[in-house]
Structure formats: C-alpha cells, structure tokens
Design a protein around this ligand. Structure first.
Ligand SMILES: [Zn+2]
Length: 317
C-alpha cells in the first residue's frame, strides 16, 4: 500500500512541535508518528521564528531521507482575511505580520512542489478528533474548545469547514442572550476581540472563574468550584447553574446552525466529568421541543492532537 509522509507543526506560545506522520494513501485513519521534535518558540523576532520552523522541517526530512514533504502548520490566533496579517496575541513577533506569506516563501523553494496548509489550533483540534479521534464514527462533528478562550471547528465527512475568512467555528464571540444576561443580572464584559458580552467571557475556563467571583466574591479554579458545588455550597451551585445555562445556550445555537452528530470538547474544562453529565440536559431548554441534543464526548487526543490536526490540514478539502 502506498504511503505519504505528512509533517504537522503545532505553534504554541512557548513551544513549536513538529511530528512527521506516515499516512496510508487510502486514508488518514491510521497515522503513525515517525519523527518528532520540539523547540522553544522564538517570540520576539519574526525572522528567528521563520528560521526555527524551516530548520525543523529540514531536520525531519534529513532524518527520514525525504524531500518536499507536505507540511501543515497550526498557528495561534487568526489570519485577517483582507490583509493576510496574523492576529496572534500570545506570540508577539507574529502579531500583525504576514506570517503565512513569509513561511510560504521560506518553505517552498523555486521549482519545488511542496504542499503547505495553515490553520489555527481550534481547526487542528477538530480535524484530529474527526479523523481517528473521539468523533471517528460520526459523519459530522463540532470540536468545541473550552480553555483560556472558547473556540472550535466543524468537520463534515472528515473535511473541515473553514468559511470564507477562516472564521467558521468562532462560536465564543456570539453574544450572551439578553434574557439570560437579565435573568442572572450578568455584567457585560469586554472581550479580547473588541466586542462586549461575548459568550467566551462567561463559558471559558476564565469565564467560569469570573462568574464565580461575580456571584460569590471568591476567586476559585473550575475544579474547586465543582468540588464546592458537590459538597453543597450554594454559591458554587449557583455559579454552575448559570454557567451550564449559558454554555447550553451557546452549544444549542451550534446545533441549530450546523446540527453536528457529536460534540467533542477540548481544552482544560474538557477534563471535568461534570461537562458530560450536565451539558446534554443544559442544551435541551434552548432547543425546540422535539430536537435531541447531540452526544457530548471527551476528546481522544485533546491538546496532544495539535500536530496530528496540523498534518491533516494538508488533506484536500
Ligand atoms: Zn469576543
């Protein structure tokens, strides 16, 4: 059976990781990692960043005796659809720079036929869980990340839906509905995206902390809030009731627009068992009476799927 080697590169705030995967030409279900290397992310100098990525690719190809492998790169943040500039707050040297253009110039030499693809961490997560991950058996899936922020990606028949500007899946920046904001008397919080009252500011990991501080004055990590609620703490229970109402609403909107067969959670909060116990029930009041909420599944690869998902970006879509 013929095989291809794909290089997946996951760019994080502190580390750049490259993993080379051997993939059968018949499909990416079985991806065998055949080379891996991590280096610290150069965060202050763009030329050093481009150089670090190029060196990783060269090192992998030398080690494997290959040339011009297809490379998928997961970059932090978003790419401005009009200017092509990267919007990336956690790696300063990439912010407002033509990162994709520079990497293309550096990695595709004249006369070379290298395939390159770019995406963000949310898209890589969704692709990785759709191919051989928690949603491997589903025709369509939404991968919802609940970590520092709230983002995600939608895959149908294994293909990632990116949208015209690569924005598809950015559900965290939908606004909290007025009826819930009024019911819980929520403050309208300024979001990093420039809008106010985005769901992300309430339903991400930091959002849960914010809600708890707003209701009780206490600063607690999500796991501690869940433990306090379990022990009968009324404040923690109220925080979680509000949290799941808001998150149930947000995910129900995804169901109404995309109707995914399964939802796979990622990010730090995906490790809380409470998510899987409460979310299907929390979505139901925000859906029509006859609509069943989709299955909510824990991730198979989670954050470790970053390079896997990046490698999958180069598949035709
Ligand atoms: Zn926002």
């Amino acid at each position: 059976m013929s095989q291809e080697t794909l290089l997946g590169i996951d760019v994080g705030g502190s580390k750049i990781e490259l993993v080379a995967y051997r993939v059968a030409a018949s499909g990416p279900q079985a991806m065998e990692a055949v080379f891996r290397k991590r280096v610290a992310t150069p965060t202050q100098q763009l030329s050093a960043f481009v150089q670090a990525v190029a060196e990783l690719v060269q090192e992998a190809e030398d080690a494997l005796g290959l040339q011009a492998c297809a490379v998928g790169i997961g970059l932090p943040g978003l790419r401005d659809g009009q200017t092509g500039l990267q919007i990336s707050s956690n790696v300063p040297c990439l912010h407002k720079q033509p990162v994709v253009e520079l990497l293309e110039k550096r990695l595709v030499l004249p006369g070379q036929n290298r395939r390159l693809a770019f995406g963000n961490d949310c898209q890589c997560f969704a692709l990785s869980e759709a191919h051989g991950g928690a949603a491997a058996q589903a025709r369509s899936m939404f991968g919802a990340i609940l970590g520092t922020g709230a983002g995600g990606g939608f895959c149908a028949d294994g293909r990632l839906l990116r949208g015209a500007q690569g924005l598809a899946g950015e559900w965290g920046h939908m606004a909290v509905p007025a009826r819930l904001a009024l019911h819980y008397q929520l403050p309208l919080v300024a979001c990093g995206c420039g809008l106010q009252g985005c769901l992300e500011t309430y339903v991400s990991g930091s959002g849960m902390r914010r809600l708890h501080q707003f209701f009780t004055g206490k600063i607690c990590e999500p796991a501690a809030i869940a433990a306090a609620a379990e022990a009968g703490d009324a404040g923690a229970r109220h925080t979680l009731d509000c949290y799941f109402d808001l998150l149930g609403y947000g995910l129900a909107q995804l169901v109404l627009v995309l109707d995914p067969e399964v939802l796979v959670l990622g990010g730090g909060l995906s490790q809380m068992p409470l998510m899987y116990q409460r979310l299907p029930g929390a979505m139901r009041p925000h859906l029509f009476a006859q609509v069943q909420p989709p299955q909510v599944l824990p991730p198979r690869f989670g954050d470790a799927g970053g390079t896997r998902g990046a490698a999958l970006l180069v598949l035709p879509s």
